[in-house]
Ligand binder design. Structure first.
Ligand SMILES: [Zn+2]
Length: 333
């Protein structure tokens, strides 16, 4: 539904951003709108939009920056601004935080009101759509690969979902950091995207045996790290079986189903670690913006719609598997 609501007024610690770009996501937008994500506790009437970027238009009490007119991107984790941790400025420690556009109104609007602590200035050479798109996946990709995955230069990583948002981001940054990148997807077209993004070796898991192909490529040893965000019962066990001794599997995503079989004997004999994570650090955000500004991390934009065409944008997302981000731009109408 597209309708007028009062413009938001910033409270203490908050700022208002005029939205120029916000991404459309299969789960965080479409499924939430369709009402199939009840566990997320969305209360209608609701405004979605998890990752807006735009221009600061108003500062609330006690906020001394970024100045009105600054181009910013908004991060998704919203601190409550009311608990003792928030009062002490420890916003990352807030236990009552929510996700923007899920637990509170988000950026699918002309204006969004957010805590000043979750906006980051964006460089002049990064447009709003790119900023929203790279920040959707970049910080989590850095966090999964290096923060929890401990990937080192020269080590090998298997990236699942080569053409997806998190997968395509992971391929680019793992390559830049000197890793050997194997990328996999379920079609030749999507595998080719992984190759274009810099993967050293690609596998179509619907045509080849993923485990055998990866083991053959790594001289039988397997990879140091599996980077997973599908959680499909078909591909997850095959991916885990690609790990070498002491390998790690990092995961953040379950759109493939979420329930998978685990070979516990392989797990303990190989002394593997499986690590789930959703977070990221300020350093992950900084690295993402720096990589995007220098052209080392690119986000593919599938199509930009006016905000008023959000239903059409959702339909496109629901009827296809796009290889780039679908974006809404409220300044277009
Ligand atoms: Zn708090």
């Amino acid at each position: 539904m597209y309708e007028d609501v009062p413009d938001p007024e910033p409270g203490p610690g908050e700022i208002v951003v005029a939205v120029h770009s916000v991404t459309v996501n299969r789960v965080l937008n479409c499924a939430v709108r369709a009402g199939t994500q009840q566990q997320r506790g969305v209360k209608p009437p609701h405004v979605g939009g998890v990752d807006p970027a735009g221009v600061v238009t108003a500062l609330g009490a006690g906020v001394d920056g970024p100045a009105v007119g600054t181009r910013v991107a908004v991060l998704s984790r919203v601190p409550c601004l009311k608990c003792d941790d928030c009062a002490a400025g420890n916003f990352d420690a807030c236990k009552k935080s929510c996700m923007l556009g899920i637990g509170c109104w988000g950026g699918d609007a002309d204006y969004v009101k957010v805590p000043a602590s979750i906006v980051v200035p964006i460089p002049d050479n990064l447009d709003f759509a790119e900023a929203a798109a790279v920040l959707r996946h970049g910080p989590m990709a850095y966090h999964l690969l290096f923060g929890v995955g401990k990937l080192q230069p020269g080590q090998s990583v298997l990236i699942m979902g080569a053409a997806g948002g998190l997968g395509s981001t992971g391929i680019q940054i793992a390559k830049q950091e000197g890793a050997i990148v194997i990328a996999t997807a379920g079609s030749d077209e999507r595998v080719a995207i992984g190759r274009e993004l810099g993967a050293d070796f690609v596998v179509n898991y619907n045509k080849e045996d993923l485990t055998k192909a990866v083991r053959d490529y790594t001289n039988g040893e397997g990879v140091h790290l599996v980077y997973e965000n599908i959680s499909s019962p078909d591909t997850w066990p095959k991916a885990l079986a690609c790990l070498r001794k002491f390998g790690r599997l990092v995961t953040a995503g379950a759109h493939g189903g979420g329930k998978v079989a685990l070979d516990c004997a392989f797990l303990y004999h190989q002394q593997l670690r499986i690590i789930g994570s959703t977070g990221n650090t300020d350093e992950d955000v900084r690295r993402t913006i720096e990589a995007a500004a220098s052209g080392k991390l690119k986000a593919k934009i599938e199509k930009i719609f006016p905000l008023s065409a959000a239903p059409e944008a959702h339909r496109l997302m629901e009827s296809t598997i796009p290889t780039g981000k679908i974006v809404l731009d409220p300044t277009l109408g």
